[in-house]
Design a binder for this molecule. Structure first.
Ligand code: ADP
Ligand code: MG
Length: 741
C-alpha cells in the first residue's frame, strides 16, 4: 500500500500479564517474556533452545509489562484515539491474543475497581467528560450497539430475544462502509446509561457461556459507539461530524486443533479459526502491500473491520501475551501477527455531514415539535389577551427568542387556562342562580359550559403531551457547557491535562530512543577515517563488533526462518487433518446419496440448488412455483367448469338427455345390493358327496363376493353402437371371469 500524506500506520502495543498461580506452581522457570519499556521492545526467550541461541526481539509503539496500570495504557495509547473519534474520525481498538492472556481484562477490566477499569469504561468517562466540557454551541448525540460474532453469525446482544433471534446480515454503503442491518442502537445520555447498555449485552453473552460451553471465549464481541456532534460553521449553518468507535474483544487465537476436537466441534472450531485466520490473511496482505487483493470477504469479522484495517479509521491493536514457558509458541505467533500489523497503513478522514446522521433527524423533529408548541402557546396567549380585552398585535408565527421569553409564554398560557376555568365556573354559577331561566334552558346552558371546560382540559392535556415529547427528544441531545458529570472541576481537568502531557512526553522519548538506536549503527560507519595505529585498532575493533552484531542478526534471522517454516508445517498438518476429517464425512454423505437416493430425485434436488456467494452457502429454491405460475395452474379450462374433467359438447348433451351411461361423467358406479341369494354352503363346507364342485358355481362372481359391487355401463351391451364401445365390451367380457377367479 502506498504511503501518502494523510496515511498513518496501525498503532500496535503489546501487554504481558503477570504469571498466574497455576503457572507459578509449575516451576521456578519464570516467564519467557522480557520488556524494555523505554525502547518499546519485547524480548522473547525460547525455553527449549540452548542458552547460546539469541533471543528474539520485537519493537512496538509501546509495551506494557506485568506491573503496568490500566490507566497508563489508556492515557498513552488509547486517549489520542478517542479524541480523534470525538473529532469525527472512525476509530478501532482491538485486543488480540491467546485465551487467558488478558484481552477482556484490558478491554473491560474490573468495573468496580477504579484502578482496574479497562479501556471501555475509561472511554465512556472520556467521551462524556469531553462533552460536558465542550462549548455550549455544540450538540451531541451518543449511540451504542453491542454485537457478537459466533460461528460466523452476527448476533445482536441488545436484542431482548437474543437467544432465539436470527443472525443479522452485513450490508455495505458508500457512505458508512460495511454495517450491520437491523442492529439495535441505544441513545445514551450519560455514563450510567451507556454502562447499563454494556451490562445488558454482557448478560446476553453470559447466558451463552453457561448454555453453550465456553461460548464467551469462542465469540468475538464488538461494542460500537457513534458520537455525532453538531456545531455552527463559519457559514452560519450547523455542520455535523460523526465519529464511530469500535471496541473489539476477539476470541482466543490459540489453535483449536490442539484441543483434539472432532465432528461438530471440529466444524465449530474451524469457523472460529476461519475468522482469525482470515484476520491474519488480511493483516498479511495489507502489511505485504504487494498483493492487490485483500481477502476481507473471507469472514464476517474481517468485513466488519474492513475500515479499521487499511480503511479510513485510526486503529490501535493491543496484543496480549502470557509469560509462561508452556505458551511460548502462541506468544511467538501473537508477536509475529502484531509485528506484521505495524506495517498496515490507514487513511483516516473526518466524516463531515453524512446523509444518515441521526442528529440531523433529531434536530428537525425537535424544531417541528417546538413550532407546534409555540403555535399552541401563542394561541392561548392571544385568547388570554382577548379575554382581558387587550389588543393582539404580534404575528403568531413569529419565533420565540430565547428561553426567558419561552418560559414567560408558558406561564401566560397556564394563566389563560386558569382564568378560563374560573370564568366558566363563574358563568355556571350565574346560570344556576338565574331564576328567570327555565329548568330545561338552564340544563342546556350548563351542559354547554361543561363541554367547553372539557375542551379546555383536552387542549391542555394535548399541550402537556406535546411538551413531554419535546422535552424527551431534547433531553437525548447533549449540549456542551452543561455539567453532566459531577466531578468535572477545574483541578481534575488540570490533573488530566498533566497526565496527558506526561503520556505524550513518554511516547516521544520512546520514539527518540528507538531512532537513536538506529542512528548508532549508522554512525559507526562514519568513523572509519583514522590517523594513528591506535585509531586503526579502535576502528577495526568497532568494525569487528559491527560484524559480530551483524552475525548475531543473521543467526536471529536464520532461526526466525526456521521457526516460520516449522510453523507453516504445523499449520499445514492441521489443515490436512481438518481436510481428512471433512473428506471422510463427504464420502459418507456420497455413499448415502448414491445408495439411497434415486438418481432422478438427486438430479431434481441438484437443479434446485444455487450458491449464494454473499452468504457463502448453498440454497435450495422453493418447490412451490412462483406466483404467476400458480395462478396459471389454478385456471381450469372452460369445458371443465362444473365437471371433474374436461368434457365434449356431445357428451354434455348426452348426459343431459340421460341417453347413454357411456357419457356419464360422475357416479358411474351403482352400489345396489345383488338380490340373488348367496350360495355359499357348497363352498364353505364341501361334503364327501361333492368332492369336485362344479366349475360353473365357482365362476359366478356373485357367489364369490355375496355383494356385487357395481354395475357399470359395460354390463348393458344392448345399446352400444360405436366401434370403440365394442372394444370396451370385448375387454369387459374377458375381465369378468378373471375377476371371479
Ligand atoms: P482473555 O480475555 O484473553 O481470555 P482474561 O482477560 O479473561 O483473558 O484474563 C484471564 C485472567 O488473567 C483474568 O483472571 C484476569 O484478571 C487476569 N489478568 C489478565 N491480564 C492481567 C493483568 N494485566 N494484570 C492482572 N491480571 C490480569
Ligand atoms: Mg476474553
Amino acid at each position: 500500500m502506498s504511503k501518502n500524506k494523510s496515511s498513518e500506520s496501525v498503532k500496535v502495543v503489546v501487554r504481558c500479564r503477570p504469571l498466574n498461580r497455576k503457572e507459578e506452581s509449575n516451576g521456578p522457570a519464570g516467564g519467557v517474556v522480557q520488556m524494555d519499556l523505554r525502547l518499546g521492545q519485547v524480548i522473547l526467550r525460547n525455553p527449549r533452545a540452548p542458552a547460546s541461541e539469541p533471543q528474539k526481539t520485537f519493537t512496538f509503539d509501546a509495551v506494557y509489562d506485568a506491573n503496568s496500570k490500566q490507566r497508563d495504557l489508556y492515557d498513552e495509547s488509547v486517549r489520542p484515539l478517542i479524541d480523534s473519534v470525538l473529532a469525527g474520525f472512525n476509530g478501532t481498538i482491538f485486543a488480540y491474543g491467546q485465551t487467558g492472556t488478558g484481552k477482556t481484562y484490558t478491554m473491560q477490566g474490573v468495573w468496580l475497581d477504579p484502578e482496574k477499569r479497562g479501556v471501555i469504561p475509561n472511554a465512556f468517562d472520556h467521551i462524556f467528560t469531553h462533552i460536558s466540557r465542550s462549548q455550549s454551541d455544540k450538540q451531541y448525540l451518543v449511540r451504542a450497539s453491542y454485537l457478537e460474532i459466533y460461528r460466523e453469525e452476527v448476533r445482536d446482544l441488545l436484542d431482548p430475544n437474543h437467544a432465539n433471534a436470527r443472525a443479522l446480515e452485513l450490508r455495505e454503503s458508500p457512505e458508512t462502509g460495511v454495517y450491520v442491518q437491523d442492529l439495535t442502537s441505544c441513545v445514551c445520555k450519560s455514563i450510567k446509561e451507556i454502562e447499563e447498555v454494556m451490562n445488558v449485552g454482557n448478560q446476553a453473552r453470559a447466558v451463552g457461556a453457561t448454555d453453550m460451553n465456553e461460548h464467551s471465549s469462542r465469540s468475538h464481541a464488538l461494542f460500537l459507539i457513534t458520537v455525532e456532534c453538531s456545531q455552527p460553521g463559519p457559514d452560519g449553518r450547523k455542520h455535523i461530524r460523526v465519529g464511530r468507535l469500535n471496541l473489539v474483544d476477539l476470541a482466543g487465537s490459540e489453535r483449536q486443533a490442539k484441543t483434539g476436537v472432532q465432528g461438530q466441534r471440529l466444524k465449530e472450531a474451524a469457523k472460529i479459526n476461519l475468522s482469525l485466520s482470515a484476520l491474519g490473511n488480511v493483516i498479511s496482505a495489507l502489511a505485504d502491500g504487494r498483493s492487490g487483493h485483500v481477502p476481507y470477504r473471507d469472514s464476517k469479522l474481517t468485513r466488519l473491520l474492513q475500515d479499521s484495517l487499511g480503511g479510513n479509521a485510526k486503529t490501535v491493536m493491543v496484543a496480549t501475551l502470557g509469560p509462561a514457558p508452556q505458551h511460548y509458541d502462541e506468544t511467538l505467533t501473537t508477536l509475529r501477527y502484531a509485528n506484521r500489523a505495524k506495517n498496515i497503513q490507514n487513511q483516516p478522514r473526518v466524516n463531515e455531514d453524512p446523509k444518515d446522521a441521526l442528529l440531523r433527524e433529531f434536530q428537525r423533529e425537535i424544531a417541528r415539535l417546538r413550532a407546534q408548541l409555540n403555535h399552541r402557546k401563542w394561541r392561548s396567549r392571544q385568547k388570554k389577551e382577548q379575554v382581558e380585552g387587550e389588543g393582539w398585535e404580534r404575528d403568531e408565527d413569529e419565533e420565540t427568542e430565547g428561553e426567558e421569553e419561552e418560559v414567560e409564554v408558558e406561564k401566560e398560557a397556564e394563566e389563560y387556562v386558569k382564568l378560563e376555568e374560573q370564568r366558566l365556573e363563574r358563568e355556571k354559577e350565574a346560570i344556576r342562580e338565574d331564576q328567570f331561566l327555565l329548568a330545561e334552558e338552564k340544563q342546556r346552558l350548563l351542559g354547554e359550559k361543561e363541554r367547553m371546560m372539557g375542551d379546555l382540559r383536552k387542549e391542555q392535556e394535548a399541550t402537556e403531551q406535546l411538551t413531554a415529547k419535546y422535552k424527551a427528544m431534547e433531553s437525548k441531545l447533549l449540549v456542551g457547557g452543561k455539567n453532566i458529570i459531577d466531578h468535572t472541576n477545574e483541578q481534575q481537568k488540570m490533573l488530566e491535562m498533566k497526565r496527558h502531557e506526561i503520556a505524550e512526553q513518554t511516547r516521544r522519548e520512546r520514539e527518540m530512543q528507538q531512532q537513536m538506536l538506529v542512528r548508532d549503527e549508522e554512525t559507526l560507519e562514519l568513523r572509519e577515517t583514522f590517523t594513528s595505529l591506535q585509531q586503526e585498532v579502535e576502528a577495526k575493533t568497532k568494525k569487528l563488533k559491527k560484524y559480530l552484531k551483524l552475525y548475531t542478526k543473521l543467526q536471529c534471522i536464520k532461526t526466525e526462518i526456521q521457526d516460520v517454516n516449522d510453523e507453516h508445517v504445523r499449520a499445514r498438518q492441521e489443515l490436512e487433518q481438518t481436510q481428512n476429517e471433512l473428506t471422510r464425512e463427504l464420502k459418507f454423505k456420497y455413499l448415502i446419496i448414491e445408495n439411497f437416493i434415486p438418481p432422478e430425485e438427486k438430479n431434481k434436488i441438484m437443479n434446485r440448488l444455487t450458491f449464494d456467494p454473499e452468504e457463502d452457502q448453498w440454497k435450495s429454491q422453493p418447490l412451490v412455483p412462483t406466483e404467476s405460475k400458480s395462478s396459471q395452474m389454478k385456471k381450469r379450462p372452460a369445458s371443465a367448469v362444473g365437471y371433474k374433467r374436461p368434457i365434449s359438447q356431445y357428451a354434455r348433451v348426452a348426459i343431459a338427455m340421460g341417453a347413454h351411461s357411456r357419457y356419464r361423467a360422475e357416479n358411474i358406479m351403482f352400489l345396489e345390493l345383488d338380490m340373488a341369494p348367496p350360495n355359499t354352503a357348497s363352498r364353505d363346507r364341501p361334503t364327501e358327496a361333492e368332492p369336485n364342485p362344479s366349475p360353473s358355481v365357482d365362476n359366478s362372481p356373485t357367489k364369490d363376493r355375496g355383494v356385487r359391487k357395481s354395475r357399470s355401463w359395460c354390463q348393458t351391451p344392448k345399446s352400444i353402437t360405436s366401434s370403440s364401445s365394442n372394444v370396451s365390451l370385448a375387454a369387459c367380457h374377458t375381465i369378468t371371469p378373471t375377476a371371479a377367479q
